[in-house]
Design a protein around this ligand. Structure first.
Ligand code: 13P
Length: 252
């Protein structure tokens, strides 16, 4: 059984005060959500505050990014071992904003992925196509290439302790989510593709959907057989909407 997972990617938003209120709101309202794994991914600078706020809760936390280097003269970077010191259990790698705005290649994403695993942090590998690529029927090829970046170098066993997130770029921050059927089609493709390498890992790996998930569309998305939860951007910045999305996961 795959545990439903709802992760909030705050991106570059918030003040210390807002982070405090958001964390408190999530903590106070997460008690009845035992069937869902909740994860918050604040900006680096708020991670210590997050760790203190959530220490005695069952909400996990992590980072939105990590360096591909272990340590050294890399101004502005944060290493996986530093994240581990602050008890980060998860970190995003390969978010489309990192790939497109900061030109992160598949090779860099792979290095980040393995740095995290070396520090016992579970990578959440983000994948997804642009609108142009979807129009040209390249969705599966793009997603497959993004997974192959890991499979080809680290083997399928590297996915034993990882989460995948399918986030079509055209649905991120646009208010226009993929339909449940569109998302399911890609999630199913990913799971079938992994099954060609290892059926058990394919069966067990969590694949989250991200891109304009809101309380109003979450239930239909999460009802799909291969969608194991969501990676939430805008709607994770208010505890009410984040918790409402988590409540859209059915308890069975
Ligand atoms: P939105 O939920 O704001 O569309 O963002 C999705 C996302 O990029 C999460 O990583």
């Amino acid at each position: 059984m795959r545990r439903a997972t709802i992760a909030g990617n705050w991106k570059m938003h918030g003040t210390k005060r807002q982070a405090h209120d958001l964390l408190q709101g999530i903590k106070d309202n997460s008690q009845t959500l035992d069937h869902v794994e909740l994860i918050v991914l604040p900006p680096f600078i708020f991670i210590e505050q997050t760790a203190q706020a959530l220490n005695d809760s069952h909400v996990a936390w992590g980072a939105q990014n990590v360096s591909n280097q272990e340590q050294g003269a890399f101004t502005g970077e944060v290493s996986a071992s530093m994240l581990a010191e602050f008890a980060c259990r998860y970190a995003l790698v390969g978010h489309s904003e990192r790939r497109t705005i900061y030109n992160e290649s598949d090779a860099v994403v792979r290095e980040k992925f393995s740095r995290l695993q070396a520090s016992n942090i579970c990578p959440i590998l983000c994948m997804g196509e642009s609108l142009e690529q979807r129009r040209q029927n390249q969705t599966q090829a793009v997603v497959q290439r993004q997974i192959d970046a890991i499979l080809d170098t680290q083997g399928v066993s590297a996915l034993q302790d990882a989460i995948l997130a399918y986030e079509p770029i055209w649905a991120i921050g646009t208010g226009e989510s993929a339909s449940p059927e569109q998302a399911q089609e890609v999630h199913s493709f990913i799971r079938h593709y992994l099954a060609e390498h290892n059926a058990k890992i394919a069966q067990n790996i969590r694949i989250l959907y991200g891109g304009s998930v809101k309380p109003t569309n979450a239930r239909d998305l999460f009802a799909m057989p291969d969608i194991d939860g969501g990676l939430i951007g805008g709607a994770s910045l208010e505890s009410d909407s984040f918790i409402a999305i988590a409540n859209a996961v059915s308890p069975d």
